[in-house]
Design a protein around this ligand. Structure first.
Ligand SMILES: C[S@@+](CC[C@H](N)C(=O)[O-])C[C@H]1O[C@@H](n2cnc3c(N)ncnc32)[C@H](O)[C@@H]1O
Length: 248
């Protein structure tokens, strides 16, 4: 699906070359920018205003690798549709998407979260209870880990029928192996697994990595589609939305 035109007036500062666009002090600089902002009082208890302030820094000072407004809207629309009780994000950075999506999840499910928390607490289980199924997972971390982490979630049954995945940056910088995996049929996944097994049998030596790799659950059936959008700098990008619709 083609994306509507990018609004240049809200473009972030361009992303610097190579790896020179994070961890150079700008994250702490952002914190100072926000806490020294003349409108600081308006930010308290306002996810919208905190996001506006982060956007202001990234537009007027230095680029930040946030999901941004356009791709962020794809995921908040998905939250409205999926109404997740449990959402997981891989890749937090300075918390832009965490604030944006946390606010959207709370709007959808304010009472569910409160009911879970108070009943779990009443039962005396607050210290050991954890979520057993991910309703919605946003992948926005180390790009080669999208597929391996998804497979691990499948194997642990955290991702299962009904789970929805939203994967950022599948156009920029690209993530062909992830797209191949979530777009493959059960048969294709099983074939690939079998051929990898055969290759391993012929390999002279197994590496530790071979053993630690998660096999995932190839029987999960995914429906996957790309939604085109933009990086907050205006560079075209896309979010792959994948729904787990069955298990064979
Ligand atoms: C693109 S940023 C995330 C941006 C964030 N989702 C947002 O839109 O506000 C990627 C983040 O993933 C983290 N990261 C990198 N490798 C990771 C890994 N293997 N596991 C988890 N997080 C990782 C980085 O430290 C960074 O915070």
């Amino acid at each position: 699906m083609a994306a509507a035109a990018f609004d240049q007036s809200k473009a972030y500062a361009p992303q610097e070359e190579g790896t020179n666009f994070f961890d150079d002090g700008r994250e702490i600089e952002l914190l100072h920018f926000i806490y020294e902002h003349p409108n600081l009082d308006d930010f308290r208890d306002s996810p919208k205003n905190v996001l506006k302030a982060i956007d202001e820094y990234a537009r007027t000072k230095k680029y930040l690798m946030n999901v941004g407004e356009d791709k962020g809207r794809i995921v908040t629309d998905l939250i409205a549709d999926v109404k997740p009780k449990t959402m997981v994000e891989l890749g937090g950075y300075v918390g832009y998407s965490c604030i944006l999506f946390g606010d959207a999840v709370r709007k959808r499910n304010p009472e569910f979260a409160a009911v879970i928390a108070s009943l779990v607490d009443l039962a005396g289980l607050s210290d050991i209870v954890k979520a057993v199924q991910i309703d919605l997972m946003f992948l926005d971390h180390y790009k080669p880990a999208y597929t391996t982490d998804l497979k691990l979630c499948e194997e642990l049954k955290l991702v299962t029928v009904g789970s929805v995945l939203a994967a950022d940056n599948v156009i920029k910088p690209r993530n062909p192996s992830y797209l191949e995996y979530v777009r493959a049929s059960v048969e294709e996944k099983k074939e690939k697994m079998q051929s990898e097994k055969t290759i391993n049998q012929y390999a002279k030596r197994y590496t530790q990595e071979d053993f630690s790799k998660s096999k995932g659950n190839p029987n999960l059936v995914y429906e996957s589609k790309l939604l085109n959008s933009y990086e907050p700098t205006g560079v075209p990008d896309g979010v792959e939305i994948t729904r787990c619709v069955g298990e064979e």
